[in-house]
Write a protein that binds this ligand. Structure first.
Ligand code: UT7
Length: 333
């Protein structure tokens, strides 16, 4: 596992969040009816905690969601787009193989030509990985602001005949605007940790890719194995203790656990392993389903809007996904 210490002099802090969701929302019953699935609303709710998900329609895509989430974050901060020096989009469902979603957002928002603009793919861990990438780029950059976006349209990648996977995912985007601040502010990304075990890649994969016959493929998942490893890594107490120690904190100091929103049973198991009460866990899975790289920034935006995240609060972000790749971060709001 690679661990990276926070910078000594500056650190990046979240100054605003934003989100965008497709207009169309499908309840479990809507989904079952629309796709003719052999399932029940009760199975989906009881086995996953999902009540509904948003699904893109014509004119909506990973790019439009990313763009709109970014606009929302900039508007909340009252910041012009030309101040943004770094734009990182975490996605594994881009509109095109190239150009990147970030390049499309760059044009739509009118970011400066000097901006560092790229997509990254760390699947469901993408947002926390993107925070780490943006922090590094900001440190080496003359501008002070970065947009980090998690954006996905998994409805274009699921196998709608596979009831074991298609009920799990939803579409959406969340964005955060980061600002480089002096460490003395006390706010920001205090520490993070990234890890991977690529030998387990076949457990959660798309069936094809561009290099395998010019097809994107569909989601293939060994649900039970993914479940087991997700709990093992996100609920790793020793790892959480070590990460928080580098932030000068302990699990008892954490105000909010903000995990990747995969399955309520995974979240409950992780919270139990970390001895975190349910009311300290941000849960948006019920309304958004699993939106992969978008799930954590969507959860942040909802919790911020509801007034739950307050200045000075300590957040523990935990992500896990295909690869397997996992990441965690301690963030002072
Ligand atoms: O973001 C990271 C990626 N994904 C995840 O984190 C997902 C991790 N895995 C999971 O969340 C769970 O494994 C699932 C929700 C995918 C499945 O739940 P499970 O409790 O592990 O169910 P299962 O796969 O063991 O299947 C139990 C039964 C099976 O029927 P039989 O063989 O017992 O007759 C499935 O065919 O449930 C059946 N089943 C369904 N029944 C109704 C699977 N999907 C459905 C469905 N509706 N949608």
């Amino acid at each position: 596992m690679m661990t990276v210490p926070a910078y000594a002099a500056t650190r990046v802090a979240v100054v605003a969040t934003g989100r965008a969701l497709p207009a169309r929302a499908w309840t479990n019953a809507d989904l079952i009816a629309a796709r003719g699935l052999d399932s029940t609303p009760d199975w989906i709710e009881s086995r996953t905690g999902i009540l509904q998900r948003h699904i893109v329609s014509d004119g909506e895509s990973t790019f439009t969601l990313a763009r709109d989430a970014a606009r929302a974050a900039l508007a909340k901060a009252g910041m012009p787009a030309h101040a943004v020096g770094v734009l990182v989009v975490a996605t594994c469902t881009p509109d095109y193989t190239f150009p990147s979603v970030a390049a499309l957002v760059h044009a739509a928002l009118g970011l400066p030509a000097t901006a560092a603009v790229l997509d990254i793919n760390a699947a469901c861990s993408g947002f926390v990985h993107a925070l780490a990438v943006a922090e590094g780029l900001l440190a080496a950059h003359t501008l002070d602001y970065a947009l980090v976006i998690g954006a996905e349209s998994f409805s274009n990648l699921v196998d709608w005949t596979d009831r074991g996977t298609c009920v799990l995912f939803g579409d959406g985007a969340g964005a955060v605007l980061l600002k480089k601040e002096a460490v003395s502010s006390g706010r920001g990304l205090l520490a993070y940790s990234l890890g991977a075990d690529g030998t387990l890649a076949p457990e959660l994969t798309s069936t094809h890719g561009v290099a395998q016959g010019q097809r994107a493929g569909v989601v293939h998942m060994n649900g039970r194995e993914v479940f087991r490893h997700a709990v093992r890594h996100m609920g790793d107490r020793a790892h959480a203790d070590a990460l928080l120690a580098r932030a000068g904190a302990t699990l008892a100091d954490v105000d909010w656990l903000v995990p990747h929103q995969a399955n309520i049973r995974i979240l409950d198991a992780v919270a139990q392993d970390l001895a975190m009460p349910r009311d300290k866990v941000v849960i948006t899975l019920d309304r958004h389903a699993n939106t992969s790289a978008a799930s954590i920034p969507l959860a942040l935006d909802v919790a911020a809007e509801e007034g739950r995240l307050r200045p000075g609060h300590l957040l523990l972000l935990l992500a896990f996904g295909a690869g397997f790749v996992w990441s965690s971060a301690a963030l002072r709001w």
